[in-house]
Ligand binder design. Structure first.
Ligand code: SF4
Length: 229
């Protein structure tokens, strides 16, 4: 098993975006109960090698050329930073003169071994989905020793030294962070991290919607409150 995979090219903010997954199967440092990719068999926060990387890098080059992409979004099955060849991936994209957007859950962005890699990207997305350590442990099920406080502190520290566009994606989950007290806490976290852009999201997959999905009206209210701080 190995190789990168791609989504069909799409237009966002007027740019042709090519989305690439650089992990052959899920590798994440969390194991969220609502993860669209499924369970984390490989909870990991150190880099590792994967098969077929050379052919994958060649394929990436031709995908960029053939699709006439204008932005490459590294959105992988888990934490893309654990692929030991992510620097090569970024170099190939840069070699084509294109900007890179990287999705991470944010926990390891500020770790010394990953910070410089993330700093190479023009845009970085970090995420929050809970507002307490209890819920962090219960529903995001990170590697042992991780704490919610450190999740926020790591993103804050990364953002403070990062020169690119830092985007914070906040997912609203029914029963976990959709009440007024939680919204106030999220506001404080947004102020603390001070991202360039905030995205408010909710679970869209049918299998999670019933238990954790937010109704349209409440989602609009929360979005308005959080996007107008
Ligand atoms: S952080 Fe994202 S990829 Fe990792 S387990 Fe959670 S939902 Fe899945």
């Amino acid at each position: 098993m190995g190789g990168f995979s791609y989504k069909d090219i799409y237009i966002e903010d007027g740019r042709r975006v090519l989305e690439v997954n650089i992990l052959p199967e899920k590798h994440c440092n969390f194991d969220c109960i609502f993860c669209p990719i499924g369970r984390s068999q490989n909870k990991v926060d150190t880099q590792k090698s994967f098969d077929r990387i050379d052919s994958s890098l060649i394929e990436l080059e031709s995908m960029i050329e053939n699709t006439k992409a204008e932005l490459i979004f590294i959105n992988s099955k888990g934490e893309a930073l654990v692929n030991e060849k992510i620097i090569d991936v970024i170099h190939i994209i840069k070699g084509k003169g294109l900007p890179v957007k990287l999705l991470s859950n944010g926990y390891i962005l500020n770790w010394p071994e990953f910070k410089e890699i993330a700093n190479m990207c023009e845009e970085v997305i970090g995420e929050i989905k809970v507002i307490s350590n209890e819920d962090f442990q219960k529903i995001q099920r990170p590697i042992g020793g991780y704490t919610f406080e450190n999740h926020i502190l790591n993103m804050k520290a990364f953002r403070e030294q990062y020169n690119g566009k830092f985007i914070l994606e906040v997912t609203i989950l029914k029963g976990y962070n959709d009440d007024e007290e939680s919204i106030q806490k999220i506001k404080n976290i947004i102020k603390e991290i001070s991202p360039d852009k905030v995205i408010i999201a909710r679970l869209e997959e049918e299998r999670f919607k019933k238990k954790l999905g937010i109704m349209d009206e409440r989602f609009e209210e929360i979005s308005t409150a959080l996007l107008n701080i």
